[in-house]
Design a protein. Structure first.
Length: 80
């Protein structure tokens, strides 16, 4: 199945990491018709965060804390 993500939303791929137990594969289950899907609307929601420190427990990254001021940005990066 050819992946054809919506422009401006999310990452184009989200391959399984090398430490994950399961791998996933896309297939056409017929849920999206010929007409496709509607474009998403951007919604901005203020948030009162407790901290901007993000923790990381991945064995392939050399640090365990970082500053990440973003949450739910429109880019849809895999790592956020």
């Amino acid at each position: 199945m050819k992946s054809n993500p919506l422009h401006g939303r999310g990452a184009r791929t989200n391959a399984s990491g090398r430490y994950e137990r399961f791998a996933r594969e896309a297939f056409d289950d017929g849920w999206v018709g010929e007409e496709g899907t509607r474009p998403f609307e951007t919604i901005v929601t203020p948030e009162l965060a407790k901290t901007i420190i993000s923790t990381n427990h991945s064995p392939d990254i050399s640090f365990d804390q970082s500053i990440n001021p973003y949450r739910g940005c429109e880019h849809g990066c895999i790592y956020c």
